[in-house]
Design a protein around this ligand. Structure first.
Ligand SMILES: Nc1ncnc2c1ncn2[C@@H]1O[C@H](COP(=O)(O)OP(=O)(O)OP(=O)(O)O)[C@@H](O)[C@H]1O
Ligand SMILES: [Mg+2]
Length: 151
């Protein structure tokens, strides 16, 4: 497992991280987004999706009530799931068939999953406009390598 720690990112920099990751995915990754209300989980997804297809940016919003939003891009679908009020959600149909983002995941359900797993924890930084991110990458060496590349 690889861990990346980033401190005091403003929203633009947080967006840059999302953008960078969007350039490294193949289309079967699972992102677990961990953090309190307003921590920046949905904002991260918005930047990620916009980086892949700018025209989808306005479609990205919190799936709190819909539970899942699907954003269709040219390369793969992006499944954006919010389990804040949901006890059980069957991922079978989506695993491996697109990039999955889960806000409020039940983390212990992902302990032995074969797909690349990127766990991101969001915390408030030194002030309310800053966020500290901890990114854990599992089964995703190509992502770590890609993030290291100059661009
Ligand atoms: N550095 C930052 N990074 C991300 N968001 C920031 C930052 N600074 C301020 N914000 C603001 O914080 C809010 C984050 O809200 P967001 O909906 O992304 O949170 P969330 O983690 O998805 O919450 P919820 O659990 O309610 O779904 C947005 O209004 C965003 O503009
Ligand atoms: Mg959200």
């Amino acid at each position: 497992m690889v861990k990346i720690v980033l401190k005091n990112l403003d929203e633009k920099k947080l967006g840059n991280v999302a953008e960078r990751l969007s350039e490294c995915v193949k289309g079967n990754e699972i992102f677990l987004l961990i953090g309190d209300l307003g921590a920046g989980k949905t904002t991260f997804v918005k930047h990620f999706v916009a980086s892949i297809d700018k025209s989808l940016k306005d479609e990205v919003n919190s799936p709190t009530f819909t539970i899942m939003n699907i954003y269709e891009t040219e390369s793969f679908n992006i499944y954006h799931i919010d389990l804040y009020r949901v006890k059980k959600f069957d991922l079978t149909d989506f695993l491996g068939n697109g990039v999955i983002f889960i806000e409020w995941p039940k983390e212990d359900e992902f302990t032995d999953i074969d797909y690349p797993l990127i766990k991101i924890s969001f915390k408030i930084g030194d002030n309310l406009d800053k966020r500290n991110l901890e990114i854990d990458i599992l089964n995703g060496e190509y992502i770590t390598n890609c993030l290291k590349e100059e661009r």
